[in-house]
Design a protein around this ligand. Structure first.
Ligand SMILES: Cc1cc2nc3c(=O)[nH]c(=O)nc-3n(C[C@H](O)[C@H](O)[C@H](O)COP(=O)(O)OP(=O)(O)OC[C@H]3O[C@@H](n4cnc5c(N)ncnc54)[C@H](O)[C@@H]3O)c2cc1C
Length: 396
């Protein structure tokens, strides 16, 4: 008989898990609390490791069609305007890692996964169902939603994001850690983007306790703009709140004219108070597993939260399949495979935020001296642990 899985959450992680499991023969029900599935209007960077996962899920080409293939990742010093680092992600990079580095609108990436789920006969997506808790016996699980519905299945995947209620039942580690870092986001129409900054690159202007990111999206119709600063007074998580351009200009008053010209051209901002959690070693409870931000929420400095969620999905589907349908053993293998790798990305994301992107004083000078002279092949070998992974091996 076909085994069944409930996935809590229809974000990038949940839909990837649903697709992966359906491909392996499971019947999957995705329960999403929102009335409509979708993603926020912003961009996302996806490394070669995410393309490996998308290829495994059978949607790599559909994602490639909607992506912009940038040719460099560059870091600039936002005080002096000098270039700090230049990582070419052109043909030699693609050959080295077996896949490109690209940027894509979140709605497009989510849409590719959603279309594939909708086309798959073994995936059912139910909106307006907020998962509250689970109960399990040795061979079955019941998932309860706030509307009083009960879904019985063989397994539950908690892909319900940063504030996961499945995690609260499974781990019970309370609210996420508020980082004291705030991200403002906006989309800039191509024509409004300062002409001398219309680069085919993911550009990061690094400054003391601040940075600005920009890259082209949607066939160059718009640029994705993110700017981040430290604010210890914001002690509560926030997501997608209306922001103030006055605050942005004040926070970035010290940056040089070029990156500042981007901020001056924008008025329609949304902001997030960024959170993460300490890495944990236990993501499973019998027939229940956490995935994506529910398992390992991280600061976005490596641009890897969604990439790791897609890797999780591939690994989970692969492991339960390899165990011939023994779900508990498959989930255990999944946890054992993923914990160290994702914890490394969580920890490294904090470190590069503080010591690289937001460096000040002598740390800034060290950074500029260290990275300015690095050659492409040195970058590639230092990034192999991250972009070379498939989610199916133990490369950490
Ligand atoms: C500023 C910023 C920039 C980023 N940039 C990048 C980047 O460039 N590259 C990258 O890879 N990552 C990036 N990330 C991280 C990335 O956005 C997340 O890691 C990723 O979206 C997590 O996906 P998820 O599916 O695990 O969780 P979510 O996207 O949070 O999805 C969770 C889903 O579950 C639903 N849900 C929640 N609770 C319940 C419930 N009780 N019942 C049912 N449904 C529920 C939610 O409505 C949502 O649809 C960035 C994050 C930020 C904040």
């Amino acid at each position: 008989m076909q085994q069944t899985v409930v996935v809590a959450g229809g974000g990038i992680g949940g839909l990837s898990a649903a697709l992966g499991l359906a491909t392996k023969g499971f019947a999957v029900t995705v329960l999403e609390q929102a009335s409509k599935l979708g993603e926020i209007g912003a961009g996302i960077q996806i490394g070669p490791n995410a393309f490996h996962a998308l290829d495994y899920l059978g949607v790599g080409d559909a994602a490639r069609q909607r992506a912009v293939f940038i040719d460099r990742l560059i870091m600039m010093d936002s005080l002096s305007g000098e270039q700090v680092a230049n990582i070419p992600v052109d043909q030699p990079f693609r050959q080295y890692f077996g896949n490109p580095y690209a940027v894509i609108h979140r709605g497009d990436l989510h849409g590719v996964l959603l279309d594939a789920c909708r086309r798959h006969a073994s995936v059912e997506i139910v909106t307006r169902q907020s998962v509250r808790k689970y109960e399990q016996t040795d061979d079955r699980i019941k998932v309860k939603t706030s509307s009083g519905k009960i879904y019985a299945a063989d397994a539950l995947v908690g892909a319900d994001g940063l504030h996961s209620c499945i995690r609260q039942q499974l781990v019970g580690d309370g609210a996420p850690r508020v980082s004291g870092h705030v991200a403002y986001r906006a989309l800039m129409p191509f024509d409004k983007m300062p002409q001398d900054l219309r680069w085919n690159a993911a550009t990061l202007w690094a400054g003391p306790k601040t940075h600005i990111v920009h890259y082209p999206l949607k066939g160059w119709e718009v640029f994705n703009i993110v700017c981040v600063f430290h604010d210890e007074t914001r002690t509560e998580p926030a997501a997608n709140e209306p922001g103030s351009s006055q605050e942005v200009l004040q926070r970035f008053a010290q940056v040089c004219a070029k990156p500042r010209s981007i901020l001056e051209a924008l008025s329609d901002w949304r902001y997030w108070v960024l959170c993460d959690r300490e890495p944990i070693a236990r993501w499973i409870d019998g027939r229940v597993a956490l995935l994506g931000d529910a398992a390992h929420p991280m600061l976005q400095y490596f641009a890897q939260g969604a990439c790791q969620a897609m890797e999780d999905a591939v690994c989970l589907a692969h492991k339960v399949h390899t165990r011939g349908g023994d779900i508990k053993l498959g989930l255990l293998d999944y946890q054992n495979e993923r914990v160290v790798r994702t914890a490394r990305v969580q920890i490294s994301s904090r470190l590069i935020g503080d010591y690289l992107y937001h460096a000040e004083g002598v740390t800034r000078l060290v950074r500029n001296a260290m990275y300015g002279k690095r050659k492409a092949d040195e970058w590639y070998s230092s990034l192999k642990w991250l972009y070379g992974g498939t989610g199916l091996d133990s490369t950490v």
